[in-house]
Design a protein around this ligand. Structure first.
Ligand code: ZN
Length: 499
């Protein structure tokens, strides 16, 4: 608006309001170029500068610089040296200018270093005030000054101006590293010093975050509240797994300064260290853990928050930590936790177990079920000593496992044997049985009784069904016994076609 006001200031004009609907598109004549175009437009920049200077309380012009240069004993000599030539050795007063003597010039009574005007001492405070008028800060002041002016130790003067300005100091940002870093001592064992803090609320829940300083093991517990009693309950559950720590570091939140919490740490002989108020860096480990946890929850695509939390915790605990280079689970539990990434690596033990499973599946006992032996069974057991027969008779004393037992020999020696090293002693056959065998004319050895003679010895003869007779031979009259069926129907004998 100022630009338009300045531009229109050269004209006499009348403001007319035209409502929007009456503003039509530009026609041809309004855009048609005229022949007389030599119109001097007033320079705008100078007028803007004028407006700026009008508000300023102090000004400094080149005329002021020239006048001050005339009066200043040092700069007047510099200007004279530029015009008449420099002495071979520098005069002490002119030393700062002597090194720049090849770049110094004069213009309208002022001394210039390149394009920068050298400000005489009388004008330095005024120029500094001009630069600092809007309190732009030390960096911007220096950058602005370096484009226009110079004097010996100009940067120092500008810095002093900012450092002594009350307004600038009152809003100054505290430097981050003004104190030497005092890191916590690295604990000598796991779960010795733990850092705790609360994160949230996120998704309507608070999260108790706990980090072990040694292993960097992270625990995050979702909780509905963060009172001292709730905190103690969660800590009790965690300590039931990992044991009591020596030191707990926390901030000054009421969750950790409440009487319940204090009583808990005192009763369990835990030293409680709190950070200085508004100095979260003391509990930096927990603060960083909170940041990491929040970032992970934000990055997750969505879904059940507990699922996301526990997946994050699992990955965090099995991943090597940036500080220790070792996964927290290995430092805390001294073992590698099985994860889905273990499937990628071929394992020798898995291979052996699979082979054993296949072998067990393919193994078939040579004759039926494998024999079992119980207490009191008379057996023969394999004799591995050089003296005596290969198999020695004995009695099973006691079973020592599913396929092993202790056996006592007839001489009283007790040995431990696998079932495959035993076989059962057969009892002597009664004399009648031998008689039957002799009558049947069978040459059979081993156990033999009447039931077996019909079924297992000789040709297979089924006594319940008529025997098959070759068709050519005459049918011998068989004593067919007609048995009534359960339904009452009488079964008729089969009449075969006799050709
Ligand atoms: Zn200031």
């Amino acid at each position: 608006m100022i630009r338009w006001a300045l531009q229109l200031a050269a004209y006499r004009y009348k403001l007319v309001y035209v409502p929007g609907p009456r503003i039509a598109n530009a026609d041809c004549l309004s855009r048609f170029p005229l022949n007389c175009v030599n119109m001097d437009t007033p320079a705008v920049g100078e007028e803007i500068l004028l407006i700026n200077l009008l508000d300023s309380t102090s000004t400094c012009t080149s005329e002021n610089i020239r006048r001050w240069t005339d009066r200043d004993p040092v700069l007047s000599k510099v200007r004279l040296s530029i015009l008449q030539g420099w002495t071979s050795t520098p005069i002490s007063d002119l030393a700062p200018y002597y090194s720049k003597r090849d770049e110094l010039t004069t213009l309208k009574g002022c001394v210039l270093w390149g394009i920068r005007v050298i400000i005489p001492p009388q004008g330095r405070v005024l120029v500094t005030d001009m630069l600092h008028e809007t309190h732009p800060g030390i960096v911007k002041m220096k950058n602005l000054a370096r484009g226009y002016m110079w004097w010996p130790k100009m940067d120092m003067d500008l810095e002093r101006c900012v450092k002594t300005c009350r307004q600038c100091q009152s809003v100054r940002v505290l430097p981050l590293n003004n104190q030497p870093l005092h890191p916590w001592e690295f604990p000598s064992k796991p779960w010795s010093r733990i850092h705790i803090d609360y994160a949230g609320p996120m998704n309507g829940k608070m999260y108790l975050v706990l980090v072990d300083a040694y292993s960097k093991w992270l625990e995050v517990v979702p909780t509905s509240g963060c009172s001292a009693q709730t905190t103690v309950n969660h800590l009790r559950r965690i300590f039931a797994t990992h044991g009591l720590p020596d030191i707990i570091v926390s901030d000054n939140g009421t969750s950790f300064t409440g009487s319940d919490f204090q009583e808990f740490v005192n009763n369990n002989n835990i030293r409680h260290v709190t950070s200085a108020p508004y100095h979260p860096a003391t509990n930096g480990l927990a603060e960083n853990a909170v940041k990491t946890f929040k970032m992970a929850m934000k990055k997750s695509p969505g879904g059940n928050s507990e699922d996301i939390l526990y997946r994050f915790l699992f990955d965090y605990r099995i991943s090597p930590h940036s500080t220790t280079g070792i996964p927290p689970c290995e430092l805390l539990m001294n073992r590698k936790v099985k994860s889905r990434f273990d499937m990628l690596r071929p394992s020798i033990s898995d291979k052996v177990m699979k082979k054993q499973e296949v072998q067990a599946k393919n193994f078939q006992p040579r004759s039926g079920n494998s024999p079992t032996f119980n207490e009191g069974d008379s057996v023969y057991f394999r004799n591995y000593s050089r003296s005596g027969p290969p198999n020695v008779p004995g009695t099973v004393l006691q079973r020592t496992g599913p396929v092993s037992c202790r056996v006592q020999s007839e001489s009283g020696t007790v040995v431990r044997k696998h079932f495959t090293q035993l076989f059962r002693q057969e009892k002597p056959v009664p004399s009648e049985a031998y008689q039957d065998i002799e009558n049947n004319g069978e040459n059979y050895y081993g156990v033999c009784n009447e039931a077996q003679t019909n079924t297992s010895i000789g040709p297979m003869v089924d006594t319940n069904t008529p025997a098959r007779v070759p068709i050519n031979e005459p049918v011998v009259s068989n004593p067919i016994v007609v048995e009534p069926r359960r339904s009452g129907r009488v079964t008729k004998p089969v009449v075969k076609l006799d050709l």
